[in-house]
Design a protein around this ligand. Structure first.
Ligand code: IMP
Ligand code: MG
Length: 171
């Protein structure tokens, strides 16, 4: 396996710190509920929350993913719901990447219907060329071209999530 590094660990750390500062400023004086989308978001989320200076809680959701393919089926299915109600809370959804946008628009709609005080989204990576539904995340780490990426939480066939950088698999 050869991997071409697209975004280095240092670049990621720098950008995550900036995002943390921005989010801390935007939520000044409020408590935050950070919701990570399993499994891809766990690495980004664990780094991001340590750069946020407002009080926060975490929770997780899981939705059906691509399985072994690199293309979405277009059908999103809820596999694990939150442990707690979110009514009246300031909620930030954290996701590894937005691609077609189907996952985030589904989750946003679902959580909005539970009446949070505010609802925003943060993604490490954005592939805007691939969008199949209109959705713009509130916080974006990096905008990347239409390439399938791995590492820093992102997998191919359940593997490579542990890589400290974001890269592209080369054969
Ligand atoms: P969307 O619903 O098409 O926006 O897809 C979002 C989900 O697809 C993410 O949570 C990832 O799990 C997965 N995904 C999309 N693009 C990539 C990629 O380049 N590498 C790894 N996973 C990806
Ligand atoms: Mg995912």
């Amino acid at each position: 396996m050869r991997v071409k590094v697209l975004i280095s660990a240092e670049e990621i750390a720098q950008r995550v710190q900036e995002l943390g500062r921005e989010i801390s400023g935007d939520y000044q004086g409020r408590d935050l509920l950070v919701i990570g989308i399993l499994k891809g978001a766990v690495v980004f989320m664990s780094d991001l929350i340590r750069q946020i200076s407002v009080p926060l809680e975490v929770d997780f959701m899981a939705i059906s993913s691509y399985g072994q393919a690199t293309e979405t089926s277009g059908v999103v299915q809820l596999l694990k719901d939150l442990d707690q109600p979110i009514e009246g809370k300031h909620v930030l959804i954290v996701e590894d990447i937005i691609d077609s946008g189907l996952t985030l628009s589904y989750l946003h709609q679902l959580l909005q219907s539970r009446n949070p005080a505010t609802l925003k989204t943060a993604v490490l990576l954005d592939k805007p060329e691939r969008r199949r539904t209109e959705f713009t995340p509130d916080y974006v780490g990096f905008t990347i071209p239409d390439e399938f990426v791995i590492g820093y939480g992102l997998d191919y066939n359940h593997k490579h999530r542990e890589l400290p950088y974001v890269g592209v698999l080369e054969n």
